[in-house]
Every structure is written in C-alpha cells, then in structure tokens.
Write a protein that binds this ligand. Structure first.
Ligand code: HEC
Ligand code: HEC
Ligand code: HEC
Ligand code: HEC
Ligand code: HEC
Ligand code: HEC
Ligand code: HEC
Ligand code: HEC
Ligand code: HEC
Length: 422
C-alpha cells in the first residue's frame, strides 16, 4: 500500500454524475447507511486516521447522502482493508494537499452534478481559486498556502450559513488568522502578519461583532473568498465604494482621484488605512495628531487654506448645533414646549453629516452649501429656544404679580375677619 500511496499518477478522479446519482439514490433508499466499512474501521483508528460517524454526520456532504467513497473511492462493502482500499476499487490513496482543489472541483465545478442538489449554488470556486494568490502559489508547488479544506474544514464541513462553519462571517477572520497572524506559518514571505490584530481594533470589526451587523466587512468581503487577492490599487476604492456610496461619489469627482490614480496611491486607504480603520473625527482635517492632509500639502498653500476653511466651517456648524441644543434643553426643563424645534435639530445634524461627507469633494463651496443649510436651521431652532425662555420669564413675572395680588387680597380678608371678630 505504501507504494500505491506514493504514486501520484494513480490519483484518479472518480466522480461521474451517473455514479453520484446512483449513490444519492442508494442513500435516499437507505442502502448508504446499510454498509460503510470505511467508517466502521476508521472510527476505531487514532488521529489523524480517525473519522467517526458522529463527526461525519455533521458534514453537509453526509447530510446530502454522500459517503467516504464519494471523495476517496474504494469499496465500502467489505471489511478487508486491502480490498476496500484497493486501487482496483478506485481508492485514491493519501490525498496530497496539492490535489485537494481539483478533488473538490470534480463536483463543485460541474454544474450538471451540483444542479441535482442545489441549482442556485455557484460552480466557479475552483476557477476563482486558480486566479488567487493562494491558487497561483499552490500551482508552483507552495503547499503552505490555503487550500479548500483550510478554509472549510474536512469531514465536518458545513454550509457557510451555519454559524459553526469556519466561513460563517463571524468566524472568517479567525480562519484566515490561523496562517496570516502566525509568524511561523508566514516565515519566508515578505508580507506582514498584523492584519488580524489591526482588523480586530477597527470600526468594521466592531460593527460586525459588537453591533452584530453581518453586512459589515470581514477579510473576505474586501479580498474575495475564492479569488483571494489584495484588491489592486485600482480596485481598493471600488471595494470601499460598494458600501460607502456617498463618500465614493464625491471622491470620484475630486482632483484627488486623478492625482492619486496617477501616483498609484490606493484612494480611500491613503487617508483611512486598510485594516485598522477608525471612526474619523474633525481632527483628521486639522494639523495635529491624527491629521492626514499635511503629509502632502504645505502650510499656507491653496490646499491648506481650503482645508482650514472646511474645518472652520464644520466646527462652526457643530458649535451652532450644540448651542441650540443647550438652549432648547434648558427651555424644556423649565416646562416649555419646544418639541418642534427639537425635531428641527435633526435636519441640522443631517446637514452636518452631509458636510462631512462633502469633504470628499475637497471643494470648500460644496462643503459650504451643506454648512449654510445647517446653520440656517440651527439658528432658527436657537431663536425658538430663546423665545421660549423669554416667554417663560414673562410668565414668571406674571405669576409673581398675581401671587402678590392674591397675597394682598388674603391679607385684606384676614384684617376684615379680625375686625368683625372684635
Ligand atoms: C479494516 C480497516 C479499514 C477499512 C475497512 C478501511 N480503512 Fe482506510 N485505512 C485503514 C488503516 C489502518 C490505514 C492506514 C494505513 C497506512 O497508513 O498504510 C488506512 C488509510 C486510509 C487512508 C489514507 C490515509 C493516509 O494519510 O495515508 C484513507 C484516505 C482511507 N484509509 C480511506 C478509507 C476509505 C475511503 C475506506 C472505505 C472504502 C477505508 N479507508 C476502509 C484502515 C481501514
Ligand atoms: C467531501 C470529500 C470527503 C469526504 C466525503 C470524506 N473525505 Fe476523507 N479526506 C478528504 C480530503 C480532502 C482529505 C485530505 C485532507 C487534508 O489533507 O487536509 C481527507 C483525508 C482523509 C484521511 C486522512 C487523514 C490524514 O490526515 O492523513 C482519512 C483517513 C479519511 N479522509 C477518511 C475518510 C472517511 C473514513 C470518510 C467517510 C466517513 C471520509 N474520509 C469522507 C475528503 C473527504
Ligand atoms: C462527490 C461530489 C463532491 C465532492 C468531491 C465535494 N463536494 Fe462539496 N458538496 C457536494 C454536494 C452534493 C453538496 C450539497 C449542495 C447543497 O445541496 O447545498 C456540497 C456542499 C458543499 C458545501 C456547502 C455549500 C452550501 O452553500 O450549502 C461546501 C462549502 C462544500 N461542499 C465544499 C467542498 C469542499 C471544500 C470539497 C473538497 C474537500 C468538496 N466540497 C468536495 C458535492 C461534493
Ligand atoms: C481562503 C479561504 C477559502 C478557500 C481557499 C476556499 N473557500 Fe470556499 N468559501 C470561502 C468563504 C469565505 C465562503 C463563504 C462565502 C459567502 O458566505 O458568501 C466560501 C463558500 C464556498 C461555497 C458555497 C457557495 C459559494 O460559492 O458561496 C462552496 C461550494 C465552496 N466555498 C467551495 C470551495 C472549494 C471547492 C474550494 C477549493 C477549490 C474553496 N471553496 C476554497 C472561503 C474559501
Ligand atoms: C493555510 C494557511 C492560510 C490560510 C488559512 C489563509 N492564507 Fe492567505 N496566504 C497564505 C500564504 C502562505 C500566502 C502567500 C504569501 C505571499 O503571497 O507572500 C497567502 C497569501 C494571501 C494573500 C495575498 C498577499 C499578497 O499580497 O501576496 C491574501 C490577500 C490572502 N492570503 C488572504 C487570505 C484570506 C482573506 C484568508 C481567509 C479567508 C486567507 N488568506 C487564509 C496562507 C494562508
Ligand atoms: C475593509 C477592507 C479590508 C478588510 C476587512 C481586510 N482587508 Fe486585507 N487589505 C485591504 C487592502 C485595501 C489592502 C492593501 C491592498 C493594497 O494596498 O494594494 C489589504 C492587504 C492585505 C494583505 C497583503 C499584505 C498587507 O498587509 O498589505 C493581506 C495578507 C490581507 N490584507 C489579509 C487580510 C486578512 C487576513 C483580513 C481579515 C483579518 C483582512 N485582510 C481584512 C483591505 C481589507
Ligand atoms: C461590506 C461593506 C463595507 C465595506 C466594503 C467597507 N465598509 Fe467601511 N463601514 C461599513 C460599516 C457597516 C461600518 C459601520 C457603520 C458605522 O458605524 O457607520 C463602516 C464604517 C466605516 C468608517 C467609520 C464611519 C464612522 O462614521 O465612524 C470608515 C471611515 C470606513 N468604514 C471606511 C471604509 C474604507 C476606507 C473601506 C475600504 C478600504 C471600507 N470602509 C469598506 C461597511 C463597509
Ligand atoms: C484625502 C483624504 C481622504 C480620502 C482620500 C478619503 N477620505 Fe474619508 N474622510 C476624510 C476625512 C478628513 C474625514 C473626517 C471628516 C470629519 O469627521 O470631519 C473622512 C470621513 C470619512 C467617513 C466617516 C463618515 C463621514 O463622512 O464623516 C467615511 C465613511 C469615509 N470618510 C469614507 C471614505 C471612502 C469610502 C473613501 C474613498 C472613496 C474616502 N473616505 C476617501 C478624508 C479622506
Ligand atoms: C497623498 C497626498 C495627499 C493627501 C494626503 C491629501 N492631498 Fe490634497 N491634493 C493632493 C494632490 C496631489 C492634489 C492635486 C494637486 C493639483 O491638482 O495641483 C491635491 C489637491 C487638493 C485640493 C485642491 C482640489 C481642487 O479641486 O482644486 C484641495 C482643496 C486638497 N487637496 C485638500 C486636501 C485635504 C483637505 C486633505 C486632507 C483631508 C488632503 N488634501 C490630503 C495630494 C494629497
């Protein structure tokens, strides 16, 4: 058997749709369960040879009626190891890492096969894999890259929709980290191993894991799953644009877009980073810590002046909104009805958000348009608050006067009663 195992040319793909159909039919009729000497024997063997019924029952392939023989070949009807694992019976021997993608592809690249199970399932995983850095390197004999089973597992392989799957959105980063965050695995390659650590601190990771927003990006959202490759410089901002449409539309028309493209700079990533993307504040537009503009622009040049102008406009609107909020809160706690102005503040806040998005045009007049709209609303709301306070003061004076009048009447009554008593 050792000789057979070491003979790669004997790797024969034995997955014919007809055979598969028969297997599935057999399984559905209950014959599949009737005899499986592979599992009978292998469930008694120690790791790595051990595969139990319990483990395999969680595998999507087992659940769809496939058996050990579907992937490994051989004869599951005999207890004799040499017969069941004989080349004559189609047994493929030890599966080398380099053979795995093609093995999975025998079914998954075959639309006719897959259509019998789930017509909506894609059949391009192997083709895509060949275009990835993983696939290209595997083809040159580098077996340290990811193959299908590194991302999906084997023998307890689950559909990506299953929260236990290694490729369920919440688990993907860990699946990639097993290699990409491990200095030992990545030794000899020239790329860093900090992507997982950085991503773990990003707003994207927080949105996914803390807020439970499964549409927030994880590694494969940006890199692709089967065509895993870093998005090239020209594609980086396409990745961000799929979700951050408004910023992307502004940026697309800006002169930065043309200038960055010409200099082969990766768009959004220049100012936001790729793995450790944080919640930006107005300080990003400043000149101190966390600022991004001055790495290219010089103090006092036209771009710097535009930067300072945009920053001051945004700060002005931010201040105006806070002022109006404070006044409205005081009026409200004094019992005045300012609900309409309170509601109006949402429009001012909306303008501030839009102004921050409009920074991506890098034009002061575009930013100004939203700032002016916001200032108008905030100033109206501030006035409403101030009017409410004037009204409250007037009511207070009125109340005071009527209290004095009532007190005088009461005093008069008291004197009168005293006089009658006497
Ligand atoms: C009677 C027990 C027995 C039966 C039945 C049996 N196997 Fe094995 N199998 C073994 C043993 C023991 C080894 C290890 C042999 C070796 O290393 O030379 C092995 C090796 C293997 C290997 C290769 C592991 C490697 O890395 O070299 C595969 C794959 C495998 N079996 C699959 C199957 C399949 C599929 C069936 C059913 C068609 C099956 N076996 C039936 C006992 C059995
Ligand atoms: C969907 C295809 C598929 C099915 C079904 C399947 N296997 Fe495997 N099996 C593989 C692949 C691929 C490998 C190689 C995994 C690797 O090297 O990462 C493998 C590896 C093995 C090994 C060798 C483990 C080692 O590390 O040397 C054994 C033994 C084995 N399978 C037995 C079984 C038995 C028994 C069954 C049925 C219960 C089964 N397999 C069902 C695809 C399959
Ligand atoms: C003998 C044919 C065959 C082989 C070989 C095979 N698969 Fe499958 N695979 C299937 C079938 C059939 C399904 C069930 C499709 C369905 O109904 O969802 C499936 C389902 C899957 C799913 C779940 C798809 C989903 O969204 O539900 C994944 C992931 C998967 N296989 C990966 C692999 C990997 C990785 C390998 C190689 C180790 C492999 N398969 C080998 C036939 C095969
Ligand atoms: C680098 C990790 C990685 C590798 C390598 C990989 N996959 Fe996947 N695969 C994924 C992820 C992530 C998903 C989930 C996609 C989703 O949720 O939309 C997936 C989904 C799938 C699906 C479900 C249908 C689909 O396309 O969404 C199948 C089937 C599948 N992979 C088969 C394979 C096969 C076959 C190979 C090897 C040729 C392979 N995968 C290699 C990560 C990987
Ligand atoms: C089994 C280990 C392993 C796993 C798991 C793995 N990778 Fe890789 N990956 C590698 C190796 C090794 C390279 C080659 C490094 C190189 O290109 O310099 C690589 C290359 C890459 C590259 C190209 C880097 C470059 O610029 O050359 C990207 C992008 C990538 N992997 C993303 C992922 C993602 C995303 C996942 C998870 C879905 C993942 N990988 C899972 C081992 C792995
Ligand atoms: C929000 C999108 C995004 C997410 C999420 C993301 N990446 Fe990246 N990744 C990028 C960009 C952009 C680059 C840089 C590409 C360039 O400059 O051409 C990159 C580069 C890489 C590289 C190449 C080496 C390097 O560091 O420059 C690897 C490997 C990689 N990422 C793996 C991962 C892994 C693993 C995860 C999950 C833990 C992940 N990425 C999450 C966008 C992302
Ligand atoms: C799959 C969708 C998706 C992709 C792709 C994506 N993001 Fe995000 N991004 C989100 C989600 C969801 C949030 C969190 C929502 C929030 O807090 O506003 C977020 C948050 C952000 C934030 C913080 C916003 C804030 O107000 O705090 C920035 C900055 C950001 N992303 C930049 C990028 C960049 C740059 C890229 C490309 C490298 C990118 N994103 C790719 C979905 C995505
Ligand atoms: C030249 C630098 C620069 C580039 C390029 C850039 N941004 Fe920004 N971005 C900023 C600054 C500065 C802020 C902070 C605005 C604030 O809070 O005052 C910001 C804020 C954001 C925010 C937070 C929400 C908001 O609008 O306040 C998101 C999301 C965002 N950018 C996405 C992107 C995307 C997507 C791209 C690429 C299409 C991109 N950015 C390109 C500088 C840049
Ligand atoms: C990676 C370098 C780089 C960074 C970072 C950068 N810029 Fe620029 N900026 C440029 C280049 C190059 C041009 C184009 C100059 C030209 O066309 O003459 C430019 C042009 C501009 C313009 C003129 C736009 C027009 O349409 O007239 C403004 C305003 C500007 N940048 C503001 C900013 C602000 C604000 C930031 C920070 C949020 C920033 N830049 C960050 C390189 C950069």
């Amino acid at each position: 058997m050792a000789m057979l195992r070491n003979n790669p040319s004997s790797f024969v793909v034995a997955c014919y749709p007809t055979a598969l159909g028969l297997l599935a039919l057999a399984a559905s009729l209950g014959y599949g369960q009737a005899r499986n000497s592979c599992i009978d024997c292998h469930s008694m063997l120690p790791d790595p040879l051990g595969v139990t019924q319990e483990t395999f029952s969680h595998d999507i392939h087992a659940q769809k009626g496939l058996t050990c023989v579907s992937c490994h070949g051989g004869d599951a009807s005999t207890d004799d190891a040499t017969q069941s694992m004989s080349r004559k019976a189609g047994w493929k021997g030890k599966i080398d890492r380099r053979q795995i993608p093609e093995l999975c592809g025998t079914c998954h690249s075959n639309p006719a096969t897959m259509r019998q199970y789930d017509p909506s399932l894609r059949t391009d995983q192997l083709d895509q894999y060949h275009t990835s850095v993983h696939g290209k390197r595997l083809a040159t004999g580098d077996t340290k890259v990811a193959v299908c089973t590194d991302c999906h597992g084997v023998h307890d392989l689950k559909t990506p929709k299953d929260p236990q799957s290694k490729v369920y959105p919440l688990n993907i980063a860990n699946t990639c980290a097993r290699c990409h965050a491990d200095a030992q695995s990545m030794k000899g390659y020239s790329i860093p191993t900090d992507q997982f650590a950085k991503y773990g601190k990003s707003v994207h990771h927080a949105a996914l894991t803390v807020q439970g927003d499964l549409s927030a990006p994880t590694c494969t959202t940006c890199h692709g799953n089967h065509g895993a490759a870093p998005p090239g410089v020209d594609k980086v901002q396409n990745v961000c644009s799929t979700c951050h449409i408004f910023q992307a539309q502004m940026y697309e028309k800006s002169s930065h877009k043309a200038a960055f493209d010409a200099a082969s700079l990766p768009g959004c990533v220049v100012c936001h980073g790729n793995h450790d993307i944080a919640h930006p504040t107005d300080a990003k537009l400043g000149t101190g810590a966390g600022a991004v503009c001055m790495q290219c622009h010089k103090p006092g040049d036209a771009c710097d002046r535009a930067r300072a102008d945009m920053l001051s406009q945004i700060s002005q609107l931010d201040e105006a909104i806070k002022n109006a909020d404070t006044t409205l809160a005081v009026a409200e706690s004094a019992g005045m009805d300012v609900s309409e102005a309170r509601l109006g503040q949402n429009a001012a806040r909306d303008s501030l958000t839009k102004a921050r998005v409009a920074i991506h045009s890098f034009k002061t007049d575009v930013v100004s348009q939203y700032v002016q709209a916001g200032l108008k609303v905030a100033s109206k709301d501030l006035k409403a608050g101030q009017r409410a306070m004037v009204e409250r003061n007037r009511r207070r004076i009125g109340l005071g006067l009527s209290l004095i009048a009532i007190a005088m009447v009461l005093a008069g009554l008291w004197l009168y009663i005293r006089k009658i008593e006497r």
